[in-house]
Design a protein around this ligand. Structure first.
Ligand code: 5AD
Ligand code: SF4
Length: 435
């Protein structure tokens, strides 16, 4: 091997891309590649991209424009585009930006070494892309992501995921448990199980039965050292009784749930092909709160879906008021090529969407503030994750996923400590180590 070649990976988009980037680094590490934080030092640059909204996809081309001059400085440099933009428009990327050597879709990462050698486009959808793949290469950190399910069969009318990530595939439970055990052995204390519709998980169990996500979580909770479990992202229609019950029964399962609803009007939900109503979602949350009263709810919202009226948008605001979210993500509708909604007429004017987004975000911001302020004066467990902004300060996470800043020492990283919550900022809490 000629010296050690260096890989730089830039990740856009969701947590699954973060995990995939670690897997790609693992695949290349097995071929003798080291990772670097500096694109100028790299012999291979990988952009792991996101196609969910137009803005996310556009970032790729501007970043490629910035990286192009590096090729003149290092003639051996290879540039590859991975992720959902590669899946959706791999051939076009190579045409539009000749500095790109290859494009690889999210299901073809096991073919990375070949693409680095030969160039080209790989967008095949594999059944189990992780089978036989080298383990993930991750930074030492007490919190880790672990993909258990990929793809989506729901076909919400606005969403590219069913096309870029393919059909729902669940990894066998035994593979997930092996990986979770390896993480625990590296000192990981908190694991977030990932999937586009993670609560639709139905993997082959080691006992020959079909395992649900709840069953998988119960098995992960048994692993020594893994004290905190989270999962994301969920679809309301897959919130099964056993999963709701797990929230009430398992101390390891953290009281935070990201459960996107997208809109509050049944007409819009129907047009979005969500297959649930606003009322159904609200009753579901009642059942989840009955099982785990302190659960922090989070969600995703789209404003300005084609045909959305002012009255329909106000139904979204009404739903938000009823739920009282601890945190949420909200977006202006973005027409995505190939999706049914992109072919619908009746677009909402951009200034109207922008105004609705601002109103929704004001309300969600108030709710987030109220949630955090409501915690002040309480005591909770915090897992210390990394240094904070100021000297002597560390930042950890509450059970409800909120960042908590406190004075602590760097050798407490990975420790779960009891903390007095003494203050709230718009996005975080201030705490003090409890006596
Ligand atoms: N336009 C705007 N937002 C979208 N999302 C998905 N597709 C689109 C789109 N075309 C949002 C949804 C989803 C989150 C990951 O991104 O709210 O839950
Ligand atoms: Fe996209 Fe989620 Fe709907 Fe699947 S359930 S189509 S990933 S928004």
């Amino acid at each position: 091997m000629a010296g050690s070649r260096k890989l730089f990976v830039r990740t856009y988009g969701c947590q699954m891309n973060v995990y995939d980037s670690e897997r790609m680094a693992g695949v290349m590490a097995a071929e003798g590649w080291e990772t670097t934080d500096r694109p100028e030092d790299a012999d291979l640059i990988l952009l792991n991209t996101c196609h969910i909204r137009e803005k996310a996809a556009e970032k790729v081309y501007s970043e490629l424009g910035r990286l192009k001059p590096l090729k003149a400085a290092n003639p051996d440099l290879r540039i590859g585009v991975a992720g959902c933009v590669a899946q959706a428009e791999g051939e076009e990327i190579l045409r539009r930006q000749p500095a790109v050597d290859f494009a690889v879709g999210p299901q073809a990462y096991h073919k990375l070494p070949k693409l680095v050698r030969d160039g080209g486009v790989e967008t095949d959808l594999a059944e189990d892309k992780f089978a036989g793949m080298a383990p993930a290469l991750r930074r030492r950190a007490p919190a880790a992501f672990l993909t258990v399910q990929e793809g989506c069969d729901k076909f919400c009318a606005f969403c590219v995921v069913p096309y870029t990530r393919g059909a729902e595939v669940s990894r066998p439970a035994a593979r997930v448990l092996e990986e979770a055990e390896a993480l625990a052995a590296q000192g990981v204390r908190e694991v977030t199980l990932l999937g586009q519709t993670v609560n639709a998980y139905h993997g082959d169990g080691p006992d020959g039965a079909d395992w649900s996500l709840a069953r998988l979580i119960r098995a992960v909770a048994e692993i020594e050292g893994l004290d905190r479990i989270r999962y994301t992202t969920s679809h309301p229609n897959d919130m099964s009784d056993d999963l709701i019950a797990a929230h009430g029964e398992l101390p390891e399962l953290m009281p935070y749930l990201h459960l996107p609803v997208q809109a509050g009007s049944d007409r819009v939900l129907r047009a979005m092909n969500r297959k649930h109503t606003a009322e159904g979602y609200l009753r579901l949350i009642e059942r989840i709160r009955a099982a785990r009263p302190d659960i922090a709810m989070s969600g995703d919202f789209i404003v300005g879906f084609p045909g959305e009226t002012e009255a329909e948008f106000e139904e979204t605001l009404a739903l938000v008021r009823e739920v009282r979210y601890a945190s949420a993500f909200s977006f202006k509708y973005s027409a995505r090529p190939g999706t049914p909604a992109a072919r619908a007429g009746d677009p909402v004017a951009d200034d109207v969407s922008a105004d609705r987004l601002a109103r929704l975000q004001t309300l969600l911001g108030e709710q987030q503030r109220a949630f955090l302020e409501g915690l002040v004066g309480r005591r909770c467990d915090v897992m210390i994750e990394k240094p904070g902004r100021e000297p002597g300060q560390m930042v950890g996470r509450s059970p409800w996923l909120s960042p908590v800043f406190l004075d602590a020492s760097p050798d407490q990283v990975g420790k779960i400590v009891s903390v007095e919550l003494v203050g709230a900022a718009p996005n975080s809490l201030a705490g003090r180590l409890a006596a």
